[in-house]
Design a protein around this ligand. Structure first.
Ligand SMILES: *Cc1c(COP(=O)(O)O)cnc(C)c1O
Length: 377
């Protein structure tokens, strides 16, 4: 009998040493470690600017804020996502407009429906790259250019994921990443915003720290003695303790993702041909992060999905659901929607365990349990 968790934190002595070193340095708030992390991130994604933040929710908020999205504006977004992708639109007083996903194989925003949802008030599109698999960015970019819309990529699931050779997060105007505990880069809490646009970067940097023109680290190193505040800002800074964790995690990332790729290949091989389920993005060729491993039950419903999950739990396998539909949450229930694919997926998706340390025999055990349970249901 196994006990297989959904996720396993890829931490070792290196993380403990990095944090200890930062604490010994006595500079624990935003400082040299954050700058080192930003440089590493820029190099990793081959992007001009990276700005470390307290979490991805702050990243999404600042993205909407610095692009000037506000009262009366509309932003097209998925419902098949974590609520933060949608909440950020409300933070700036704009209206979320939910768009369905492309298909049961491709969980990204449907470009055809995006076009139908555009009105004179539409300002931006927020594609979310589910599990690290890219949305159809060629078409989304074309639509955005045609209608003069911004693109904010929610790339929380996709560090190092590629789309036609480009890194996710660097295709739109702004890319947002999360370092929450269960993400590919884990620091407990943390986030990053990336852009190739200098003006956007400068605005984000200001808004990250109260709108203050110079930072305390720069003052402490003798480069400046006073500051001005000329635009409204927040305190969305990351601290150097977490930044030092992120630096270590970044160094492990490529190996971690290569292992996840292997785990996904074992899943795809062993689940192949099992009746009653499908694997979204099956045989996807480009490099992706595999943040999670989703399957979709066929001819199913929410009760059947919950029974399926309970039976896996009884066999020692932890599962999850990514995600409950955002448009069904109480605060969004009054918005008009046409989301048949999202509604089926949010009722029938099951997330199986995915992390670098999963062994082949564990993956096979999970697949065999899935097969057995589906034949009984
Ligand atoms: C985790 C996540 C977020 C929020 O990130 P935080 O860093 O926890 O604020 C937003 N969008 C998606 C798709 C996520 O997975």
């Amino acid at each position: 009998m196994y006990e297989i968790p959904l996720f396993n934190l890829n931490y070792g002595e290196e993380e403990i040493e990095a944090v200890t070193e930062t604490i010994r340095s006595k500079w624990i708030s935003m400082g040299p470690k954050c700058m080192e992390l930003e440089t590493m991130f820029q190099d990793m994604l081959d992007v001009k600017y990276a700005c470390a933040l307290t979490n991805c929710t702050a990243a999404l908020h600042l993205a909407c804020y610095v692009l000037g999205i506000g009262e009366g504006d509309e932003v097209i977004c998925p419902s098949l996502t974590f609520a933060a992708t949608v909440n950020c639109i409300r933070y700036v007083g704009a209206v979320p407009v939910f768009c369905d996903v492309e298909s049961f194989e491709q969980f990204g925003l449907d470009p055809v429906q995006i076009e139908h949802l555009i009105t004179p008030r539409t300002k931006a599109i927020i594609p979310m790259h589910y599990a690290g698999f890219p949305c159809n960015m060629d078409e989304i970019t074309q639509i955005a250019e045609k209608h003069h819309l911004y693109i904010i990529e929610d790339a929380c699931h996709g560090p190092l994921s590629e789309y036609h050779g480009k890194k996710l997060g660097t295709i739109g105007d702004i890319g947002c990443f999360s370092f929450f505990s269960n993400k590919n880069i884990s620091t407990g809490e943390g986030g990053m915003v990336v852009t190739n646009n200098e003006e956007i970067y400068n605005k984000i940097k200001l808004a990250r720290s109260h709108g203050m023109t110079t930072m305390s680290f720069q003052r402490a190193s003798g480069h400046a003695t006073s500051y001005d505040i000329y635009s409204l800002g927040y305190n969305y800074r990351l601290d150097d303790i977490r930044a030092s964790l992120a630096c270590v995690q970044m160094k492990k990332l490529k190996n971690d993702l290569n292992r996840r790729r292997q785990v996904r290949a074992w899943y795809e091989e062993r689940l192949n041909g099992i009746e009653g389920m499908t694997i979204p993005y099956q045989n996807h060729a480009e490099f992706v992060s595999n943040y999670i491993f989703p399957i979709l039950l066929q001819h199913s419903n929410r009760e059947k999905r919950e029974t399926f999950r309970t039976m896996l739990q009884q066999r020692g396998i932890q599962t999850s659901v990514h995600y409950p539909a955002v448009h069904r949450f109480s605060i969004y229930q009054d918005l008009p929607v046409d989301l048949p694919r999202t509604e089926y997926i949010t009722d029938n998706e099951v997330t199986l365990p995915m992390y670098a340390a999963l062994e082949k025999e564990e993956v096979y055990y999970i697949c065999d349990c899935v097969k057995e349970i589906l034949s009984e249901l």
